[in-house]
Design a protein around this ligand. Structure first.
Ligand code: BTN
Length: 251
């Protein structure tokens, strides 16, 4: 891996055979390192998704990775980080596989209406702002249908299932890291509004009535706007507008 990433900001790479979760390992390693970290594992025994859901992470199938970054930004600025990262992931998938990835706001990437990638962003900070971002990314690459748990076979997919061919995981990792570095740089230097049209081009939620759940609130509606600060505006059947900073959307 290191020879693929000689120009990368991720000069500290930790590659494991098996861990509980690369997120957990990342939280431990960041105590001892001040520089950006890349943590990869072939297997995760307790991979985790958003909303405390488990994330299946078998050997040879996907990419299970956590990145540690030290941006020094305000809590307000972190709100658009996921938007930049989702463009980075979608663009890397498109370039390597020639498939048509779509972003499902705020944290997923889909291909042909099935989930191929999920990521989660955790932060460490204090009264001065956000000091550390721990971004965990899971991508289904060479899964066959049997590699997925039966409960998600209708809703999950992999590059292989969609393109009918194997993807070299290291070629993909290199493309993904390049793309993430590019969009992380953009995140630090440009307001999201400059990338909004690119984001909307990848987005799969426009013009569809979908179910939005955030905490106890649940509505059916259509996304009509994504504000410059990352807030999603959803219009329900009665014409009422709802604002979401994060949500679970059922497609
Ligand atoms: C989701 O869709 O809910 C987010 C899934 C995130 C999975 C990745 S795999 C690498 C990292 N380690 C984890 O335990 N989770 C993230």
């Amino acid at each position: 891996l290191s020879y693929l990433l000689t120009d990368s900001i991720f000069q500290k790479q930790f590659v494991y055979e098996e861990v509980t979760s690369t997120q957990t390992v990342a939280h431990e390693l960041l105590m001892e390192h001040d520089e950006p970290l890349l943590i990869l594992s072939e297997i995760q025994t307790v991979g985790r998704g958003r909303f405390k859901r488990p994330w299946a992470s078998k050997r040879d199938t996907g990419l299970w990775m956590s990145l540690v970054l030290h941006p020094n930004i305000s809590y307000q600025q972190i709100a658009t980080f996921n938007l930049f990262i989702s463009i980075a992931i979608a663009e890397a998938i498109k370039n390597v596989t020639q498939l048509e990835p779509k972003i499902k706001w705020p944290n997923d990437v889909y291909i042909n209406d099935k989930k191929v990638c999920g990521f989660l962003t955790e932060i460490n900070g204090d009264s001065d702002g956000v000091h550390t971002i721990i971004c965990g990314i899971g991508i289904n690459i060479n899964h066959t249908i049997e590699d997925f748990d039966e409960s998600i076979r209708d809703t999950a997919t992999s590059f292989k299932l969609e393109s009918k061919k194997e993807t070299d995981r290291y070629i993909f990792i290199k493309a993904l890291i390049d793309s993430i570095e590019h969009y992380y740089e953009a995140f630090l230097s440009q307001p999201f509004k400059e990338l909004k049209e690119i984001y909307k081009g990848y987005s799969m939620i426009w013009d569809r009535t979908l179910r939005y759940t955030e905490g106890n609130k649940q509505i059916y509606g259509k996304a009509v706007d994504l504000k410059d600060d990352g807030v999603l505006v959803v219009l329900d059947d009665t014409g009422e507008r709802h604002h979401f900073i994060s949500a679970d959307i059922e497609v």
